[in-house]
Structure formats: C-alpha cells, structure tokens
Design a protein around this ligand. Structure first.
Ligand SMILES: [Zn+2]
Length: 617
C-alpha cells in the first residue's frame, strides 16, 4: 500500500494474500475441475447499483447447502491496510429468507457477524446494503470504496460477507449496473459479461472492481496482457497524456517482470481513480488514487505509486511474511517484517523507475539522498528499529514513547544498504535481486517467510552472513555509517543543515478506516512546544478541514517562519485548540556525491544497481 503523502506515512499499511496462482496442479483434472464437493456449501453474490440511487451497494448472497446455523462475517480489516475498519457499521438492513422467499431469523451476534437460522433450508438468500453512512465521504472518489453518479469502486472486504468456515469455496459474482456502465476488475470473466468468477473468497475480496464510465487501455508487457482503466468522472486524457501514461505503465511492468523472470498472473489490471487515495496492491490488479489533473495532463506524476503497487505483485502479494496468511479477518495480525514488504518495495520503486528509463541516474541518487536526509533528520531513528516499527503498526504511538518513524522509509534504506553490501561482498556477481528471486522461488506458495528465512535467503542467494548487520540496523537502532556502504558504488553522502520554517506536524493514519487522521508531534517542534500531543485527532488546521495527511502537508507548506498556526484536535473525546507561531529549525539534507576516484569496480556496482547488470539467473 502507499499513502501518497510522504511526510505522513509514519505508520501505515501493507498487504498479502495466499497465492492461489502459485499452487501447482497435482493432476490433469485439476486444470479444469473445481475442487469442491457438490453437497458443500457454496456462496454466489449479486451486487446491484440501483438506477438513480447511489446511497449504497445492494448485496445479495445466494447460499446453497448452508450449514445451520449459517454465520456470515464482514472482514474487520483488509489485506494491505493494517487498521481495523469497524466494517460492521457499513452494513445495514441484513435480512435472510429461504430460496422460496420465506423469512428466516437473523441474529447480529457481534459487531461484524450475523447468524441465520436456516431451519434446514437447502438454499437461503441473504440481503444487505454496504456503504459509508457519511454521504459526502461515500461519494468522494478515492482508490478504495465509493459510489457516485458516474462510477464507483467496490472494495471486497467491505462489501462481501463470507460464510464462516467456507472461505475456500469458489464464487460467482454478478453485477447489476445502470445502463452504459462497464466493469474493470482482475476477477475471471465468464461468457456472461456481467458475471465474474473467483476461485476462493480470499481471491474474491482481493479483486476490487471499478464500475461505471471510464477510459480503458490494453497493452502487452513481457507477452502478457495488461490493462489500465481510468475513472476521471466522465473526463478524458489528452492524446499525448494517454500515450505517455500507457508507455509509463508498460515500462514499469516490463522492468519489474524482468527482475523476476516472469509474470505470476494471466492478466493484470491497473485501476486508476482521479481523486483522493494512494494505492493498494492486489493479486493481479491495483487501485490507485491520483489527482484527476495528474491523470489527465501529466501522468508521470503517478509513476512512483504505480511502480510501488506493481512491485507488490511479487513482494507481499506472493513473497509474504509468514504471519500474513492465511488471513484471520476478525483480528489484527503482527509481523516484524513490514519493512521488507513496504520499505524494500519503496527501494525497488526507485530501482524500477531508473532501470525502465522513466527516471535518470541523477533522479535515483537524488531520491535516495532525500530519503537518507529524512532518516537522519528523524530523532526516532535512534529509538524505534525497523522491526519494532513493523511490529507496532496496530498500536498507539505511546508504546514507543510517542516516537514514530515510517517502516517505508526505514525499509527503503535497508534495501539500498543490503543491495550495496551484497554487491560489495560478491564483486557485483550477486545482488538484492537474487535475494528477491530466491524468496519468490521459496516463500511465495503455501508458506511465507520468517526473519530467519530472510537471512537464509541472503546467505543462499548472495553469500554474506549479515548477522551483525541485522543486530545493528534491522533489530537495532545503531546510527548507519552511510559512507562505509555507499563507497562500494562510488558514492559518499554529504549532510548539511539549512534553516526552514517550523510548522511541522507529522500525521498518522486513523486507528480505524474512516476515522480521523492523528497528529505526530515532532520532537523539538514548535507545535510540540505549544502542546500538540502525538495521537491527537486532527479536525482542522488553519481553517482547513483535515480529511487525510495530504491536507496537513498542503496547508502547512505555505506557512512561513513567524506565521500563525491554529490546530483543532480531539483529545480523549474533548475538543482542544492549539495555537502557535511557526518557528525556524535546522532541516537536515543529504546529497549523494561521487567519490573523486572512481574504480572500475565502483562503476560496475553502480551500473548494476541502475541497469540490473551483474548477478542474474
Ligand atoms: Zn505498499
């Protein structure tokens, strides 16, 4: 996942799903016979967008051979977004009947589950509506879940209930939509253009669906069909923007596929929405929210989030921490390795962009330099280790004495360090690419990887034993001696400090989706001195309503030193107002510079990173 606001993703999100596509066929018949028995329960879904009614998606489940009682659950979190969703609040009007239409009793047995007394019926029908009850929020286009006049996205975990005990059964889903609306999804099409198929519930909910009027492009990457669907609320792209956009996605797709050698899917769908969002990865698709202006006019603005989400097709959707699957949708799951799933994906975002020619080597060095500067400027780097920030993703920042640091940032830099260390110790014969391929070959199926497996993969694929590296920089918070690593590729880092306006307020994602974004008080900042506390729920900053971290960044960007800042927050249920005058602080910057004496070895290692040379299989 990618919260688009770099400053804000102090905590955040990931994903993973059982890799159905990875399961080898054990016999000839497996290629075309679905492995479930006729008397087993089976759930098929119909999703309706009613003409002239955009208040909710109306959902119907037809359950054959239901157990009695039949317990239906709406997931409380979505793979990829590590926060509870309060999803039961989005469900209304749950009813059940027999196939013949006789009403059946339904008990709401928890905040996210309903139990139907089937009275022994061989088929039952369950109906309900699914929507965010705040109608303004519900209509607002984003990359996750909405419904407006011309389009909508159906988010699996918040829309489809599962039959407890039967998540592995295949399902059909039929969409009943207003005239002229189309469907964009990674689900398997059938001969009926309104009906799709999923081999299991996990795959069904990992396949978001764009419905409505949208632009559609098809292209081939590495011989495999890809598609991009773009919802601009009925608007279009200029011809030039469309060409740049498709070329960008093709390059990203081909470069990432090239790292692993093949595409682990039959087809892939990029779903873009002009609106708020960020991105979320899925098995053979992604949903990305970018401003309509970027999509329509200058799609290069979407290249980083596109590369990030696409790289997740391998790293997290298939190569996953062992704890992240199979999913328990009713309660939180913890792992030490979100820094790998998200942060190493951030490193490969830069790798893919430079290797594809979308960014220059100068862009690569600048982005990594900026990341090193952000890390050095954060006091939390010496307090919260990458494993710790991964582990505490579900918790209040208080568990880390209110220090917060993003495992995206930490993992991006660890990815860079590991790549440099492996290339250095093997004379560029091996690289982090080999480690990723090893992980894909060994930990993308039934079982995910542990921290020990990851160290084993580095040893097996690339040689060096990085026990000491782990103790210092992965489990620990030792200051990173940058030049010791960068010199292998002929770089060194130059740190500097410059005065900058201090209206700094970090932001943290809401504790539940749809909840308020929270403040992170930066140690030593003017906001902290004025009484802002990490965890305060943000309502308004300088008159602007805060819908997400992007609003905070946007409103504070224009505040000069000496400028007034007023922050309205909720703390312990009570409204609190904090006023302060923006100060001045010393902003840490970092620039990668070339060492004066470049050896052939340094040139080879740098070229290996930037072009993918060296190592390989
Ligand atoms: Zn991500």
């Amino acid at each position: 996942m990618k919260a688009l606001f770099a400053s804000c993703s102090l905590l955040a999100l990931v994903c993973a799903a059982p890799a159905g596509a990875q399961t080898p066929l054990s016999g000839y018949a497996d290629a075309f016979i679905q492995q479930y028995r006729r008397p087993d329960p089976k759930v098929d879904y119909t999703i309706t967008v009613r003409d002239g009614d955009r208040a909710a998606y109306f959902v119907e489940l037809r359950i054959a051979n239901p157990p009695n009682p039949a317990r239906l659950v709406i997931p409380n979190w979505a793979p990829g977004a590590y926060r509870l969703m309060d999803s039961g609040k989005n469900i209304a009007g749950v009813t059940a009947s027999t196939a013949a239409g006789d009403a059946l009793p339904v008990t709401n047995d928890s905040e996210i589950s309903w139990t139907v007394d089937t009275k022994g019926a061989v088929g039952i029908v369950v109906r309900y509506s699914a929507a965010v009850r705040d109608s303004v929020q519900w209509r607002r286009p984003n990359n996750r879940w909405f419904l407006r006049a011309t389009s909508g996205i159906i988010d699996g975990p918040r829309t489809y209930m599962y039959l407890d005990g039967w998540k592995l059964a295949p399902a059909y889903v039929t969409f009943r939509l207003p005239a002229g609306w189309r469907i964009g999804t990674g689900l398997v099409p059938t001969t009926d253009s309104s009906t799709y198929w999923a081999p299991s519930y996990d795959v069904l909910i990992d396949s978001p669906v764009l419905v409505g009027r949208f632009l559609s492009y098809r292209f081939t990457a590495a011989g495999v069909p890809h598609r991009a669907v773009v919802d601009l609320g009925g608007g279009g792209q200029t011809t030039r923007a469309a060409r740049v956009f498709v070329d960008m996605l093709r390059r990203i797709s081909e470069t990432a596929i090239g790292i692993f050698g093949n595409a682990p899917y039959k087809d892939y769908t990029y779903i873009f929405v002009g609106g708020r969002g960020g991105g979320l990865e899925h098995l053979n698709s992604t949903t990305i929210g970018v401003s309509a202006d970027v999509l329509a006019q200058r799609p290069a603005g979407a290249e980083a989030v596109s590369a990030h989400e696409f790289f997740h097709t391998w790293n997290v959707k298939r190569i996953r921490p062992v704890e992240l699957g199979p999913f328990d949708y009713e309660r939180p799951v913890r792992t030490l390795n979100l820094w790998v799933s998200e942060g190493v994906t951030e490193y490969y975002t830069e790798v893919v962009l430079v290797r594809s020619g979308l960014n220059t080597p100068g862009d690569f060095a600048r982005h990594l330099g900026d990341a090193i500067g952000n890390h050095r400027g954060s006091a939390a780097r010496l307090v919260v280790s990458p494993e710790r920030s991964s582990w505490t993703v579900w918790d209040s920042p208080e568990v880390n004495d209110s220090y917060t640091i993003s495992y995206y940032l930490q993992g991006e830099l660890l990815g860079f360090l590991l790549d440099l260390a492996i290339r250095d110790s093997t004379g560029n014969a091996k690289s982090l690419d080999d480690v990723m391929r090893h992980l894909f070959d060994h930990f993308a199926g039934e079982r995910g990887f542990t921290s020990e497996d990851l160290r084993g993969a580095i040893r097996a694929a690339a040689g060096p034993d990085l026990q000491d590296f782990w103790r210092r920089y992965v489990s620990g918070t030792t200051e990173i001696p940058w030049d010791d690593y960068l010199k292998a590729a002929g770089w060194s880092v130059r740190f500097s400090e410059e005065p900058a306006p201090d209206a700094r307020i970090g932001t943290i994602t809401p504790t539940v989706q749809g909840g308020r974004w929270r403040a992170a008080a930066v140690p030593g900042s003017a906001a902290q001195a004025a009484g802002l506390v990490t965890g305060d729920e943000l309502v308004r900053v300088n008159g602007r309503d805060i819908l997400d971290g992007g609003d905070v960044t946007a409103v504070l960007r224009g505040v000069p030193s000496g400028g007034p800042v007023t922050v309205h927050v909720i703390r312990a249920g009570q409204p609190v107002t904090i006023r302060f005058t923006a100060g001045t602080y010393r902003r840490v910057r970092a620039v990668l510079t070339d060492l004066p004496d470049q050896t052939d070895r340094m040139r080879r290692i740098r070229a290996g990173i930037l072009t993918g040379g060296g190592g390989g299989r």
